[in-house]
Design a protein around this ligand. Structure first.
Ligand code: FE2
Length: 586
C-alpha cells in the first residue's frame, strides 16, 4: 500500500509511506528555499511550484503517483457535520474538488489528478495526525499522547487533544477548542516582541492569516530566561468549572471564526494595550523597555507551562499510564518538555523531531495505514528521512561549482580529521546523506565547533550565524556521558532543555544558556559521523561534548543538496566543509 502525505497549512512537509514504512520525507522549505514555507500561500505556485515535494519523495523509487492508493490531508473538512470525525475517505478527487472548501488543496488535488493519481483522498483529524506522528517514533506500545498547537481542524478548530493509545488504537480523552490555544498565545506574544503583525487579511484567500510571527517562537523561549513572569499579564488562567485553561486575550477572536464569540477579559484588555517592540531593534538588557519584553516572553512561557502541566496531570489521572508522548507545534517548546520530564508525573516522556505541522507528511499516512491494515508499522528509528545523496552526487556538485576536494577512504580517517580540525578551533560543517525531516540539525546538516570556551560562541555568531546574542547554542554529548554534563540521560532529538551540571558549566560554557540550562542532544553509534567525531574529540580533549547548530545562515532554511551545502560554505566564514567523505577547504 502506497500513501502520499500532503502538507498541512504551515511548514509544508511531504512524505511517502509504503506498507507502513517511510520511504522519504521532506520539508518543502528545503526545496524552494523559503523558510517555514506555508502551504496556504499556494497562490504563488508559479514562483514556488508545488510539484517539488512530490518529485522529491518519489525520486529514484521507481514509483509514481499512478501507483498511490491514497493521499492524506491532515484536516477534516468542516462541512457535513464532520467536526468530530477521526477520518473521512473520499473515493474520487472530483468529489473533493466539487466541495471547493480548501482552495490550496484543490490546486494540489488538481495537480495530482493531472499526474494520473486515481486513489482515495483521505482526511485525517489534525491532532490525530500529530499524535500518529509521535506514536510511530516513540516505540511505546501503550501510552498517553498530548497534542497542542495553534489550531487544528473542526469548528471551532481544536487546539488541545489528549489520547490514550494501545497498539495503534486511539481513544480520545480530552479536547479543547479555539480561542484557548497555547500556540496562539505564544505566537501573539512573539508578534509583539518582534514587532510583527498578529494577523493580516488575504483578499485572495478570503481569510485572516497569521504567519508573520511564526517561526520565531524559539527566540521567545531563549529570551524568557532574561525575564521574570508578570502575574498581571498572564495569558492563560484555569477555569474551575470546565477544568480547562482559558486564554485571557486572543487576537484569534478577531479572525473570522464563524460562531466563535469574541473573547476578552480584564487581563486581556491590559494586554491589548501593550505596544509592539520596534522591529529589528538591537537588544539591550540595560534598557528597561527591553527587560519588559523579556518579562513578557517569560510570562508567555510560564502561561503555557501552567496550562500544559495541568493537561499532563489531567491525562495521568484518567489513565494512570507510565508513558506520555508530546506532539503538535507546542511540543517544539523544549523548555516546557524539560519541565514535564523533570516533574516525574510520567516515568517516560517522549517528543518526536517534527512535532510541528511539518510532521503531517508522515503522521497522517501512517495513521491511515495502521487504521486499515492488519499489519502495523514499526518504530521509526531516526529523523534522517531525506533523499540519501551519494558520494558521486557530492563529487559532481563540487566539480560543477569549481571547488577542489580531498577524499577520505573510510569513516575512521574522516572523523579523526574532523576532530583534529575542531581541536584546532576551526568552524566546520558536516553534510551526510539524507537530511533531517524535523526542524533541528541532528547530524546530517550541521555546523560544529569546540565548546570549551565561551568565546567560540561569539566567533560562530560573528562569522557565520549572525544570531541575537541572547540565543543559546546547543550541545551534543555521547549518550554514555550525558549524566556527567546534563540532567537527562537521553534526548535523541534535541527536544528537552536540561539543567547543566557544574562540570558542564566549567568545561563546555559555549553551550550553556544564561540560566544554566542546555538543549541537549544525546548521540549513539547509529548516528554517524557524529558518534565517531565525538569519540575522537573525547580522545583528544577528555570532553565528550561539542556545539552543534544547523547548517544554514540566519533567515534561510537548512541546506538540502550538496550544491546548497557548497554555496552556503562559500558564502560564509565556515573554515572547512566535510561533504560526505570529501573535505573542502577555503
Ligand atoms: Fe498543528
Amino acid at each position: 500500500m502506497l500513501i502520499l502525505g500532503l502538507p498541512s497549512f504551515h511548514n509544508s512537509g511531504w512524505g511517502l509511506v509504503k506498507d507502513g514504512k517511510v520511504v522519504s520525507a521532506i520539508q518543502e522549505e528545503r526545496l524552494n528555499r523559503v523558510k517555514s514555507y506555508p502551504q496556504h500561500y499556494r497562490d504563488d505556485i508559479e514562483v514556488y511550484p508545488m510539484h517539488l515535494g512530490i518529485d522529491y519523495v518519489f525520486r529514484e523509487t521507481g514509483l509514481s503517483l499512478a501507483d498511490c492508493d491514497a493521499v492524506t490531508i491532515p484536516m477534516i473538512p468542516t462541512h457535513d457535520k464532520l467536526v468530530n470525525a477521526a477520518m473521512v475517505s473520499v473515493d474520487s478527487v472530483d468529489e473533493v474538488l466539487k466541495k471547493d472548501m480548501m482552495p490550496p488543496y484543490n490546486k494540489l488535488l488538481n495537480l495530482l489528478k493531472s499526474r494520473e493519481f486515481s486513489g482515495k483522498v483521505v482526511f485525517i483529524n489534525h491532532q490525530l495526525s500529530h499524535a500518529s506522528y509521535v506514536y510511530n517514533y516513540s516505540g511505546y506500545n501503550s501510552c498517553d499522547i498530548l497534542s497542542y498547537d495553534g489550531a487544528g481542524c473542526g469548528w471551532p478548530p481544536e487546539v488541545v487533544a489528549g489520547y490514550h493509545v494501545d497498539n495503534h488504537k486511539y481513544t480520545k480523552l480530552l479536547s479543547h477548542r479555539v480561542p484557548h490555544s497555547l500556540g496562539h498565545i505564544y505566537s501573539n506574544t512573539t508578534g509583539r516582541i518582534f514587532g510583527e503583525s498578529d494577523c493580516f487579511y488575504s483578499k485572495k484567500l478570503n481569510r485572516y492569516m497569521s504567519d508573520e510571527a511564526n517561526g520565531k517562537e524559539g527566540k521567545v523561549m531563549g529570551l524568557a530566561s532574561y525575564g521574570s513572569p508578570i502575574d498581571s499579564y498572564k495569558m492563560m488562567v484555569l477555569d474551575e468549572d470546565s477544568d480547562f485553561y482559558i486564554a485571557t486575550y486572543q487576537p484569534t477572536n478577531k479572525i473570522g471564526y464563524e460562531g466563535v464569540e469574541p473573547y476578552s477579559t480584564n487581563l486581556g484588555t491590559k494586554q491589548e494595550n501593550i505596544p509592539r517592540r520596534e522591529k529589528n531593534k538591537v537588544w539591550d538588557f540595560n534598557d528597561k523597555s527591553d527587560i519588559f519584553y523579556a518579562d513578557l516572553a517569560a510570562t508567555a512561557q510560564k502561561s503555557i507551562e501552567d496550562a500544559a502541566m495541568h493537561y499532563v496531570k489531567k491525562l495521568k489521572k484518567i489513565t494512570g499510564s507510565k508513558n506520555i508522548c508530546l506532539t503538535g507545534g507546542v511540543a517544539l517548546n523544549s523548555c516546557l518538555n524539560g519541565l514535564i520530564k523533570r516533574s516525574g508525573i510520567y516515568e517516560s516522556v517522549f517528543a518526536g523531531p517534527a512535532t510541528h505541522d511539518g510532521g503531517h507528511g508522515i503522521g497522517a499516512p501512517l495513521y491511515y495505514y495502521n487504521h486499515i491494515s492488519e499489519q502495523k508499522s514499526e518504530k521509526i528509528s531516526n529523523d534522517f528521512l531525506g533523499y540519501p545523496y551519494t558520494i558521486e552526487d557530492c563529487k559532481n556538485a563540487a566539480k560543477d561549482l569549481g571547488v577542489s576536494f580531498k577524499e577520505f577512504k573510510d569513516n575512521k580517517s574522516l572523523t579523526e580529521d574532523i576532530a583534529d580540525s575542531l581541536v584546532n578551533q576551526k568552524i566546520i560543517a558536516v553534510f551526510s546523506k539524507g537530511s533531517e525531516f524535523g526542524p533541528r540539525a541532528l547530524g546530517h546538516r550541521s555546523i560544529v565547533v569546540d565548546p570549551r570556551t565561551q568565546g567560540m560562541k561569539d566567533t560562530l555568531n560573528a562569522r557565520v550565524k549572525f544570531r541575537e546574542a541572547y540565543r543559546p547554542f546547543a550541545p551534543i554529548v555521547l549518550k554514555e556521558h550525558a549524566l556527567d554534563y546534563f540532567e537527562f540521560e537521553e534526548s535523541e532529538y534535541m527536544l528537552f532543555v536540561a539543567n547543566a551540571t557544574e562540570k558542564a558549566i566549567k568545561e563546555v560554557p559555549a553551550t550553556i544558556h544564561v540560566d544554566g540550562t542546555a538543549r541537549m542532544q544525546t548521540v549513539t553509534d547509529d548516528n554517524e559521523p557524529f558518534y565517531s567525531m565525538l569519540n575522537n574529540f573525547y580522545r583528544l580533549t577528555g570532553v565528550p561534548v561539542l556545539l552543534n547548530t544547523s547548517f544554514n545562515i540566519a533567515g534561510e532554511p537548512i541546506v538540502e543538496t550538496p550544491e546548497d551545502a557548497i554555496k552556503c560554505f562559500l558564502g560564509t566564514s565556515i573554515d572547512i566543509l566535510y561533504l560526505d567523505f570529501l573535505k573542502i577547504e577555503k
